[in-house]
Design a protein around this ligand. Structure first.
Ligand code: GLN
Length: 454
């Protein structure tokens, strides 16, 4: 994999940092333990992985794709990082991302975009474009992403790979640099559903260092992926979400989705159409809640404790240094969100904007609850379109936001969801993803259905 990175990554730019020595040392340690007759510390011991650059890694830079954190080397490991190390997983390096995970194309990275391995003039999705591209380009067999509004599933969809957003609280957020704390969730990226399950099992589980971590066992995802591989979905009820198709979706995406639903029926699943009327408001609610939480979370980048500091010449006040450093350190999308969020939270507007968005969130969660009374899983296309061209949406934030139309509802409700490849679009020959959604704490259903389908 290091050879492959050396061969293609100057073009793909999936990685912001490669730790060849660390990865080799970790792989050797696994080999030596096996040579001594010890049993492997995990099912994926020795299998290398690419880690999104939003997780703290002791001794390795963590930039979040931002100038603000350029050259910052954290003094501690995120829980996800620690679990990977303990499982004997060599960390190849840190992957490119939209700055602080805000974006749908990886073009908001301060260090230049990642290219889609299927067509290098197109985006790999975002914010975790580096993680998914590294898998699609065979630079890594496994990767970790984070999904606040779709940043694992949307890149997976447009790169023809698998990506899972576990139930909120299923994977620790400790050491995951916060964007929108009530939505952020780490999860696995892989080339197959079983690979994703094996990684999910390693990173999941309760963590006392994260107050929103769920104190329950990791759902039986590996067992479910193995069961699903027999391709029998008899007795499984699948709901097709009426609101997640139609206008705005590419014909090739809809055709692929229809074929996927037909295949699920052939595998024995019962297909029903369900309506989730409030999903239509998901995008609007998300773009109030996420920027609001971001404006609060990113206040910590004050140039005093860590990160970029400019105008520190003894001539400027602390306030002036903070303002100048934030002006220099943050890119345009991050600034847009901080301003939007600060406005939405300001006194006099709080109830009208943030308060209303939280009510919509409750209505969306109720739509899911009602749907899951009828069906076991819900399905939709993962994204309305295939990978778009580099530069195509950079000047149009609203067009960029639309990429997450189908993924956002599961984040707002805290539910589990997966994107699994569903072939190539007849429009342009690019990958399309099938989204499978399941209730909170029922992540195993995604794996059973995903493994049967893939
Ligand atoms: N694209 C969405 C946004 O820009 C989702 C990002 C994410 O999931 N981190 O906020």
């Amino acid at each position: 994999h290091l050879d492959r990175i050396a061969e293609v990554d100057s073009d793909i730019h999936a990685f912001l940092h490669v730790d060849a020595d660390g990865a080799v040392a970790s792989a050797r340690a696994v080999d030596e333990a096996l040579a001594k007759g010890e049993s492997p510390v995990s099912a994926i011991a020795g299998v290398p992985l690419a880690l999104k650059d939003v997780f703290t890694t002791r001794g390795m830079p963590t930039t979040c794709g931002s100038r603000t954190l350029e050259n910052w080397v954290p003094p501690y490991d995120a829980t996800v990082t620690r679990k990977l190390r303990e499982a004997g997983v060599p960390i190849l390096g840190k992957t490119n991302m939209d700055e602080f995970a805000m974006g749908s194309s990886t073009e908001n990275s301060a260090f230049g975009p990642t290219r889609n391995p299927w067509d290098r003039e197109r985006v790999p999705g975002g914010s975790g474009g580096g993680s998914s591209a590294s898998i699609a380009a065979y630079e890594a067999p496994l990767a970790i992403g984070t999904d606040t509004g779709g940043s694992i599933r949307q890149p997976a969809s447009v790169t023809g790979t698998v990506g899972v957003k576990p139930t909120y609280g299923g994977v620790s957020r400790y050491g995951l640099v916060a964007f929108s704390s009530s939505l952020d969730q780490a999860g696995p990226c892989a080339r197959s559903v079983l690979d994703a399950a094996l990684l999910h099992e390693v990173i999941g589980g309760h963590d006392p260092l994260d107050s929103t971590s769920i104190d329950a066992p990791v759902p039986p995802v590996v067992q479910a992926a193995r069961e699903g591989a027999n391709g029998d979905l008899t007795g499984v009820k699948v709901g097709v979400v009426r609101e997640l198709s139609g206008e705005g979706y590419q014909p090739g995406v809809l055709a692929s989705f229809d074929a996927a639903v037909a295949q699920l029926r052939e595998l024995g699943a019962e297909i029903v159409e369900v309506s989730c009327p409030h999903f239509t408001y998901g995008l609007s609610a998300y773009y109030l809640i996420a920027p609001s939480e971001c404006s609060s979370n990113l206040a910590r980048f004050d140039a005093m404790r860590y990160g970029l500091r400019v105008s520190d010449d003894g001539e400027h006040s602390a306030e002036e240094v903070m303002a100048a450093s934030r002006e220099a350190g943050f890119g345009p999308e991050v600034k847009r969100r901080i301003m939007l969020g600060t406005y939405a939270l300001s006194s006099g507007y709080y109830d009208a904007y943030y308060g209303s968005a939280q009510k919509v969130r409750t209505l969306i969660a109720r739509d899911f609850t009602a749907a899951y009374e009828q069906v076991d899983v819900l399905v939709s296309p993962t994204t309305p379109t295939t990978a778009f061209r580099l530069g195509e949406r950079v000047d149009d934030p609203l067009a960029m936001y639309l990429a997450d139309l189908c993924t956002i509802p599961a984040n707002l409700a805290g539910n589990a969801a997966m994107s699994v490849p569903s072939g190539l679009s007849a429009d342009d020959g690019l990958p399309v993803g099938l989204q499978i959604m399941a209730p909170a704490l029922a992540d195993e259903r995604l794996y059973r259905v995903g493994a049967a389908y893939e």
